[in-house]
Design a protein around this ligand. Structure first.
Ligand SMILES: Cc1ncc(C[n+]2csc(CCO)c2C)c(N)n1
Length: 232
């Protein structure tokens, strides 16, 4: 029998392929990203990681087994202390400090992605939360692995650290989340499974939009925030 999460991955294949071909990901491969694109990515991703940590916290509050609590707790620490390394890589290449990149208002696509995950966490059960969170580690693990195979970066490649950070991680957290989702989805009705697939595919689309937001320096249509003292 096909794993539920295998079905999800197959349904998302066109989105994964569009992500691998996206100019931001191509720009990591060939080192051609502009300074402003790296900066926009890190500013937005710093906020995205804050949201991701909070959602793990919300998941813990709905948890009733210690192993799952421990897994989410470890992931919170990992994001706080290690997930910052790829950001440091982008900051070094852009010639900025990490501190300068923090506490900016959300651009539209980052806002959309975060609200989608928060909505699953507010309204759903554990399986809804995991379905919305899963594309984050899954797409990055596949991007990292592909870039290592394709580019075989030497130590002097600008994004050597970034590629190794994600590409070396033999699907650790992705596989752990998949096992949980496969187990929780198994007894559910076809309608509930369709809903989980919708959460998952929406997050995959939003992963694509996040790369696109960084590449195109996406902002809100009217710059009315700064004048009102909103954000930095
Ligand atoms: C938009 C966006 N999507 C995915 C990641 C990668 N990522 C973020 S947190 C985490 C660990 C999950 O426990 C991983 C793999 C990112 N940085 N930004």
């Amino acid at each position: 029998m096909t794993r539920f999460t295998e079905e999800l991955r197959i349904a998302a294949d066109p989105i994964f392929n569009a992500i691998f071909d996206h100019p931001f990901v191509r720009g990591i491969a060939d080192g051609t990203l502009r300074k402003e694109q790296l900066i926009h990515y890190v500013k937005q991703d710093f906020e995205y990681l804050n949201a991701y940590i909070r959602i793990y916290g919300m998941a813990i509050s709905k948890c009733d087994d210690r192993d799952t609590m421990a897994l989410f707790n470890e992931q919170i620490s990992f994001i706080l202390h290690s997930e910052t390394h790829p950001h440091q890589n982008f900051c070094e290449v852009a010639g900025v400090t990490y501190e300068e990149m923090q506490s900016f208002p959300l651009a539209p696509s980052a806002h959309h992605y975060i609200r989608h995950m928060l909505n699953a966490a507010h309204e759903g059960n554990m399986e809804d939360i995991i379905a919305a969170l899963l594309p984050c580690p899954w797409t990055y693990a596949e991007i990292g692995k592909r870039l290592l195979e394709e580019v075989k970066p030497s130590r002097t490649h600008k994004f050597y650290d970034w590629m190794h950070f994600y590409g070396d991680r033999e699907f650790g957290i992705t596989e752990q989340m998949r096992l949980l989702l496969d187990k929780w989805a198994e007894p559910l009705s076809p309608e509930r499974k369709r809903r989980l697939k919708e959460h998952y595919l929406t997050s995959c689309q939003l992963e694509y939009m996040f790369w696109d937001m960084a590449y195109s320096l996406e902002e809100w249509p009217v710059n009315a925030m700064k004048a009102e003292g909103v954000g930095r």
